[in-house]
Design a protein around this ligand. Structure first.
Ligand code: NAP
Length: 305
C-alpha cells in the first residue's frame, strides 16, 4: 500500500510527488503517456520564477529527475477507475491494481482545438493556446484571438497592450464572456472585432503567416496576414474517469478550493483539472505543494486515530 498515489505526471503531479517524498511518504505517480503534461509542448517558458528561459521539455525533465531522485516511483499506465474502499483507495489501470491511503488527482486539461489542418504542427510557430505564456513573442506584431469567452476577451486585452494590432474573431455576434471585459476591449484602438465568423484555414511557410476567415452569414472568405493566432475556445479537463468519484462542475473540472480538497475523503486535486482562476505553470506547481501537504496531514491523522 502506497501512502500517496498521484494520478498524472505534469508539473502539479510531479511537484506533489516531490513534497510527499520530502515528508517521507511513499509515492507512486501513474501517468497515461509521458511525464511533463501539456507544458512539454511549450517551447519557451519565460514566466516561471528563477528560470528566465527554459523549454517545457527541459523543465519537465528537470522536475521528473528531481522527483525520481527523491524516491518517487513512476509507472506509465492510464488510471481507468478509482474505488474508495473502507481502508484504502483502489486505483485500477488496464494492467494493474494499486492501493493507497490517499490519491492526488493531477490529470490536467487539454486545450480545445479548432481542428484545422496543420494546427498541431504550427504550435510554437505562430499558433498558441496561451496569451500569458507566449504574448511577449508578439510584441509590435499582428495577432488574432479566436473565441468569445472570458479567456478570449482577457487574452485580447492582454495582447492589445503588446501587439501592434489584434483581431478578435468570434463565431457569434455576442460574447459569452463578461460585458465589462468586452467594453474595455472596445475602447482599444488597435482591436478589430470580426463577428459571426470562423477561422477556416491556416496558411504557413514554416511559420503561420495568414489565416482565412469565413463569414457565417454570407459565406465570404477574408484572408488576414498575421504573425500569431491565439486560440481560446475553451478547455477540456481530463476527469471523465473520475465523474463518479468526486464532484465535477458543469465544465468537467473537479470542484475544489485553494486547499485542493475534493468532496471525497482522502482524495485531493491539483493543477489545471480543478476549478480555479488562473491555469498556469506556477499555479499548477503551487497546487502540487498544497495537495501533497494536505495529503500528508490526512495520513498523519489516520495514523494518530
Ligand atoms: P468558454 O467560456 O467555454 O468560452 C469558449 C468560447 O469559445 C465560446 O465563446 C465559444 O463560442 C467559443 N468556441 C468554442 N468552440 C469553438 C469552436 N470550435 N470554434 C470557434 N469558437 C468556439 O471558455 P473560456 O473562455 O476558456 O472560459 C472557461 C471558464 O473560465 C469560463 O467559465 C470563464 O468565465 C472562466 N474564466 C474566468 C476568467 C475570470 O473570471 N477572470 C478568466 C478566464 C476564464 P460560443 O460562445 O458560441 O459557444
Amino acid at each position: 500500500m502506497y501512502d500517496i498515489v498521484v494520478v498524472g505526471a505534469g508539473p502539479a503531479g510531479m511537484t506533489a510527488a516531490i513534497y510527499a517524498r520530502r515528508a517521507a511518504k511513499t509515492v507512486l505517480v501513474l501517468e497515461a503517456l509521458n511525464y511533463g503534461g501539456q507544458i512539454v509542448n511549450t517551447p519557451d517558458i519565460e514566466n516561471y520564477p528563477l528560470e528566465s528561459h527554459i523549454s517545457g521539455f527541459d523543465f519537465s525533465a528537470k522536475v521528473y529527475e528531481q522527483a525520481k531522485g527523491l524516491g518517487a516511483e513512476f509507472v506509465f499506465e492510464k488510471v481507468v477507475e478509482i474505488r474508495p474502499e473502507k481502508d484504502a483507495k483502489v486505483i485500477i489501470t488496464p494492467k494493474n491494481t494499486y492501493t493507497a491511503k490517499t490519491v492526488i488527482l493531477a490529470t490536467g486539461s487539454e486545450n480545445r482545438k479548432l481542428g484545422l489542418e496543420d494546427e498541431d504542427k504550427l504550435v510554437g510557430r505562430g499558433v498558441s493556446y496561451c496569451a500569458t505564456c507566449d504574448g511577449n513573442f508578439y510584441r509590435n506584431k499582428v495577432v488574432a484571438v479566436v473565441g468569445g469567452g472570458n479567456t478570449a476577451l482577457e487574452d485580447a486585452l492582454y495582447l492589445a497592450d503588446l501587439a501592434e494590432k489584434v483581431y478578435l474573431i468570434h463565431r457569434r455576434d455576442s460574447f459569452r464572456g463578461e460585458e465589462a471585459n468586452a467594453a474595455r476591449l472596445k475602447e482599444k484602438k488597435n482591436v478589430e472585432f470580426i463577428y459571426n465568423a470562423n477561422v477556416t484555414k491556416l496558411i504557413s511557410e514554416k511559420r503561420l503567416k495568414a489565416i482565412e476567415v469565413t463569414d457565417k452569414i454570407d459565406g465570404s472568405i477574408r484572408t488576414i496576414e498575421l504573425n500569431g493566432l491565439f486560440i481560446a475556445v475553451g478547455r477540456i479537463p481530463e476527469n471523465q474517469n473520475f465523474a463518479g468519484l468526486v464532484k465535477l462542475d458543469d465544465a468537467g473540472y473537479v470542484i475544489a478550493g485553494e486547499d485542493c480538497h475534493t468532496n471525497a475523503d482522502g482524495i485531493f486535486v491539483a493543477g489545471d483539472s480543478r476549478t480555479k482562476m488562473l491555469r498556469q505553470l506556477v499555479t499548477a506547481t503551487g497546487d502540487g505543494a498544497v495537495a501533497a501537504t494536505e495529503a500528508v496531514k490526512y495520513i498523519n491523522n489516520l495514523e494518530t486515530v
